[in-house]
Write a protein that binds this ligand. Sequence first.
Ligand code: PDD
Length: 274
Amino acid sequence: MISAYFNGKFVEPNESVIPIDERGHQFGDGVYEVIRIYEGKPFMIDEHLERLYQSADAIKLRIDPNRDAFKNSVLEMIERSGLTNLDLYVQVTRGMAPRNHLFPECPVSVSMTAKPFRSIPFGDKGASVLLHPDERWANCYIKSLNLLPNILAKQAAYEEGYLEAILVRDGKVTEGTSSTVYIVKDSSIITTPLSKHILSGITRMAVKNLAEHLSIPFVEKQFTPDEMIQADEVFITSTTLEITPIICVDNNQINDGTPGSVTKALKEQFKQII
Ligand code: PDD
């Protein structure tokens, strides 16, 4: 069983394969995806790969134009891991070249790791989140390796006992440090519209389809931290957190402090599709 990959070679995860002059290592000059595999079946893999190519395009990084070949290497990593329930991390960087800010003339580097996924903390009973200023750059639609503001905000939340930090820019909620945020008000699901300020979540796409299936209005509009605190329900989603109910925002209990009926219905449907 092998659980890592670097530039065409399947390797052990602790093998030293990244040279010092690697741009992901030195500059964070690259993009990534996290894909979850359930019982051997990758969930929405084509959507993840599409987003990876779009992120790469946005930073002028050229991944193998033969998408089928690229996808096959991802599938081979899954196969070789010997795991059936796993998270696959895929990273593409601008390659290996002596450190210089300008783009090098060299092939991109591709690395992958496969890890069994853990059960989701607070997935059923609900989690608490902290509101935090969104200190990221203007192009958060790119799934860039540069995650310093996300890391700092998430750590601040963790140190105060919260699961996630919910980011606020210009008085409006954008998203979590590694999740999409939704509120439920008067039986409608409300989430921030897609823009350069948020990542277009793959789980968000799935939730939108599920809402349609359940005939629950899915409204894409901005909302404030106060509207979040006064919402009937709050939940967050991501590949790794799936659909996680939020029962407390900045020490304010949401509604009666238990996961609401819309969140529960979505979770139930999500279970069906995965
Ligand atoms: N993060 N917003 C941000 C900033 C994210 O980093 C993520 C996912 C999401 C949710 O996207 P998706 O539903 O496609 O996973 C939203 C991954 C899981 C990570 O960085 O580990």
